[in-house]
Design a protein around this ligand. Structure first.
Ligand code: NOJ
Length: 573
């Protein structure tokens, strides 16, 4: 059990930061067109400051045809006009900084948009041209080149290759080429062996660092390097797998997991992040790189967090874990061990814009999350899920390391599982042949105030891009702000205490304490400031340690007993 103990250096802000994910399209709509924007975010910065977060992570805000909600970037140096302008982004960065909030933005290096000038130039250029070399263009297989170059499938279902013929059949009748896209056809993969690609992204990083952003969340970070042979996988996709091995989707795994994968977690990828780290370190103010690295092996994940690579990465094992004390303890220990080995700070995350909201997951019979089986429509007891989500917040916020919140976590929003099919926009829905409803249910616009849609998300009379459930009138930020028993009140209090208590963010020390089955109990810090954390995942009330005072609990505690699905922070002071 690691016991790193040392106080995080003051400048290592990311080691303990609470980072709030803003999914721009659904956060707040200032213009009234139904789509969230930067004006909306700027108006809500005081809310975020009051919540007690240290940084915002923005999902992609770049111009995009929205084949995958902005993860298909057409211009890496501008702002999507629906969201605002570069000048407004600069204002937002400055205003956030004035409030003590840092800004992290998404960078999407594995793939661009098919509307990006490089790609339109590549399509216009002949096979074998310099323009095509920045992507993975290949002749097809079969007598007439009519079959994809290999057997890779896209993360969202369907082939990972799109044919650019027959329009480009030359006078000699040569068949057209195919291009690789691990996600939708609108997201062609870059060829990271090409120096133009490396130079372009180095320049994009500098562009935004020059504008004051404090860091980048690196999309699909384990996928950039490809086997130059583009060899067949020789394996079938893994529907139903409970361990997502790929970023954001349903990709295939290798038949022989010991051999290097042709596009996941290849060793060459690390050279890219070493170069990016040098760029980040060349700026003042401790800029950070945060990896979206979905890997089943914590040791392989930790390789991305070596001192000369990324600063931190999302802990998807924790996010996917069932609401089960043994399973969670296993993930916590594996995480701490692997991160300790490279001196990196762990992170803890419960939800994001790709997964089923945890209030809904924790209310189901099967509380684990799998990207390939989202269990949409499985019954969920939302009162139970909410109770567990409250306890999970106290667990997450008391572990050593950084924490990520997804917008709406603090309001206890559930997944919206009954969106009408004709409104679904996530490419997963189409690409899965309408078998996977995708991620729209966790992307429904936030309820801020009032009794009816749009609940202050946009001006009265505006229509949010996805409909908000009528019941959300009970979950608005306004309603919860006035209720000391609300999820919002719990988040505010927990984040404030977390920041103030030396045992929680001034120390990385954590020690497990003996506890009954189904209960997680550990001590953070030492001496009079130590905090004992007790999370009861069992079906029975458990005794709290005698003599300690309850600093914060996720449900009322009386008679020295902690009820089921409840968490508490205790102090001996
Ligand atoms: C991960 C992002 O979180 C997800 O939303 C996106 O679809 C894929 N990467 C592709 O960029």
């Amino acid at each position: 059990m690691p016991n790193t103990g040392q106080r995080a250096a003051a400048h290592d802000w990311w080691r303990t930061a609470a980072i709030y994910e803003v999914y721009v399209r659904s956060f707040a709509d200032g213009s009234g067109d139904g789509i969230g924007d930067l004006t909306g975010v700027r108006a809500r910065l005081p809310y975020l400051a009051e919540l007690g977060i240290d940084a915002i992570w923005f999902t992609p805000w770049y111009p995009s045809p929205m084949a995958d909600a902005g993860y298909d970037v057409a211009d890496y140096r501008a702002i999507e006009p629906l969201f605002g302008s570069l000048a407004e982004a600069e204002k937002l960065i400055a205003e956030a900084h004035e409030l003590g909030i840092r800004i992290i933005i998404d960078i999407v290096p594995n793939h661009g948009s098919d509307q990006q000038p490089w790609f339109t130039e590549a399509l216009a250029a002949p096979a074998g041209s310099a323009e095509r070399a920045r992507y993975h263009f290949q002749p097809g297989r079969g007598a007439g080149g009519e079959l994809p170059p290999n057997d890779w499938t896209s993360m969202f279902g369907g082939p990972a290759w799109t044919w650019v013929g027959p329009a480009e059949h030359g006078p000699d009748g040569a068949p057209g080429e195919w291009y690789l896209h691990l996600f939708t056809p609108g997201q062609p993969d870059f060829n990271w062996a090409h120096p133009d690609v490396r130079d372009e992204f180095a320049s994009v990083l500098r562009f935004w660092f020059d504008r004051g952003v404090d860091g980048f969340r690196v999309d699909s970070a384990a996928l950039l390097a490809k086997d130059p042979a583009l060899a067949d996988l020789g394996a079938t996709p893994t529907p139903g797998s409970s361990a997502p091995v790929n970023s954001g989707g349903t990709g295939p795994v290798l038949a022989d997991p010991a051999s290097p994968h042709p596009f996941i977690d290849r060793d060459e990828v690390h050279g890219i992040y070493q170069e990016w780290r040098r760029i980040a370190d060349s700026y003042p103010g401790h800029r950070v790189l945060i990896g979206e690295v979905w890997l089943p092996d914590a040791e392989r994940l930790a390789r991305y967090l070596r001192p000369d690579e990324l600063h931190s990465a999302f802990n998807f094992d924790f996010l996917c874990c069932a609401w089960d004390a043994d399973a969670l303890r296993g993930v916590i220990d594996t995480t701490l061990d692997a991160h300790d080995g490279v001196g990196a700070a762990p992170t803890w995350v419960l939800s994001n814009h790709d997964v089923v909201r945890h209030v809904t997951r924790y209310g189901r019979a099967d509380t684990a999350f799998s990207m390939t089986d989202r269990q949409i429509g499985e019954p969920s007891d939302l009162a139970l899920g909410t109770r567990r989500a409250r306890a999970a917040a106290l667990l997450t916020f008391s572990l050593p390391g950084g924490v990520y919140l997804y917008q709406g976590d603090e309001l206890g929003l559930p997944e919206v599982e009954d969106l009408p099919e004709e409104l679904l926009q996530d490419p997963m829905w189409e690409r899965s042949g309408h078998t996977n409803r995708g991620r729209d249910g966790c992307r429904v616009p936030l309820p801020w105030s009032g009794d009816a849609a749009p609940f202050g998300y946009g001006p009265d009379g505006s229509t949010p891009w996805l409909p908000q459930p009528a019941e959300w009138k009970n979950l608005t930020a306004e309603t919860q702000g006035g209720d000391p028993g609300s999820m919002l009140a719990l988040y505010r209090r927990a984040l404030r205490l977390r920041r103030a208590e030396p045992a929680l963010t001034g120390s990385e020390q954590m020690t497990w304490l003996p506890s009954p089955a189904g209960v997680l109990m550990f001590r953070r810090g030492d001496g009079p400031d130590a905090i004992t954390v007790v999370i009861n995942l069992s079906a029975e009330p458990v005794d709290l340690p005698a003599g300690d005072q309850v600093l914060l609990s996720s449900a009322p505690v009386s008679g020295g007993l902690l009820p089921p699905d409840t968490g508490a922070w205790l102090t001996g002071r």
